[in-house]
Design a protein around this ligand. Structure first.
Ligand code: DP6
Length: 328
């Protein structure tokens, strides 16, 4: 198979400060509430897309392994949705690599679909704005729309495909915050985010969580703009706890926390009492993201590795948005 040319795009995953959990529209991934996150510079997905010569389906190689199961189906369905919007017909050969664990509460689908939508928009020669690419990334994985713009980003819910995208609220060099991820589990989680979003409305707590979202978003956005760590810490811990309360009270119930996750949350609260700028947040997994001030990173790492059950620490400062890295 000879390829005309290829585009390689890079994107970082992001960690949500105010979480996306539940959709108003599942097929378009229009979220029930807005969300805010920061991109993670040290974690990368690099994706190359090439027009497939004469093939009637998209192919996907992920971390060197040719895919044939549900991961491939998700990407093929996404590319079909993408092509329908722009009336394109050629299929793609896609190769993607991640330098961090997949499906373990470190949002690999976010960087995956951010990199893929950026590569696809370019290989099909579409002249799109950043907002349009962000909306396209969202169709693949909701949180992916937040990995398109740079630094600290906010995804406003929107009401249609076109107006549901993320924008940057502050650039990557705005604030020297780091995410220090205490990895407990690197294997794929039992309940995927997509399954979890579908269950969110079965929790009696989801209504209250959504109703209060605008208030939390305002507090979080202002805390970022004012570099007010104490306020940020309180709101991101509250928001993480609220999302996990919804998960735990869904039907069927989802419980991502492990005993080690709780031990870390308690340690982080103790760190704050001792004057260290640190706050916890957990996505759909047991790993704990400790958001902290860059100056405290070594102290925090030393404390976290001392907790039984912590296998590895991954550290990252704030990252840029998605970009094209090469064209051949
Ligand atoms: C808990 O974006 O992974 O990480 O749209 O089904 O791919 P899909 O879901 P996804 O959900 C992310 C959920 C979260 C919170 C967040 O990142 O906002």
């Amino acid at each position: 198979m000879v390829n005309k040319h290829s585009i390689t795009a890079k994107a970082h995953p992001n960690i949500a400060f105010i979480k996306y959990w539940g959709n108003q529209d599942n097929s378009l991934r229009l979220p029930s509430n807005g969300s805010i996150s920061m991109n993670l510079a040290n974690l990368n997905t690099v994706t190359t897309a090439a027009i497939s010569q004469g093939s009637d389906h998209d192919s996907l190689e992920l971390n060197g392994i040719q895919q044939s199961g549900p991961v491939l189906v998700r990407v093929q369905q996404y590319m079909d949705q993408f092509r329908n919007i722009f009336i394109k017909h050629e299929h793609l050969d896609i190769k993607s690599t991640n330098d961090f664990p997949i499906s373990a509460g470190i949002a690999s689908s976010a960087s995956a679909f951010a990199a893929l939508s950026t590569a696809a928009a370019n290989i099909y020669d579409l002249d799109l704005t950043q907002n349009e690419i962000s909306a396209l990334a969202r169709l693949g994985s909701g949180s992916a729309c937040r990995s398109i713009p740079t630094g600290f980003t906010e995804w406003k819910t929107g009401n249609t495909h076109e107006d549901s995208y993320a924008v940057s609220i502050a650039p990557e060099n705005h604030w020297n915050l780091w995410d220090c991820i205490a990895v407990i589990q690197s294997s794929p989680k039992d309940v995927s985010s997509t399954q979890g979003h579908n269950l969110a409305n079965s929790s009696p707590l989801q209504y209250a969580r959504i109703k209060d979202a605008a208030r939390r978003l305002d507090i979080c956005r202002n805390a970022i703009l004012n570099k007010d760590f104490e306020t940020l810490a309180e709101i991101i811990e509250l928001d993480s706890n609220m999302m996990h309360a919804v998960m735990m009270t869904s039907k069927p119930t989802i419980l991502y926390w492990q005993p080690t996750s709780i031990a870390i949350m308690q340690e982080v609260r103790q760190m704050r009492k001792n004057g260290i700028a640190a706050a916890y947040t957990l996505d759909a997994g047991s790993n704990v993201h400790v958001i902290c001030n860059g100056n405290d990173i070594q102290k925090i790492e030393d404390l976290l590795v001392g907790i039984a059950g912590v296998n590895k620490i991954i550290k990252s400062p704030v990252g840029s948005g998605a970009s094209v890295v090469s064209l051949t």
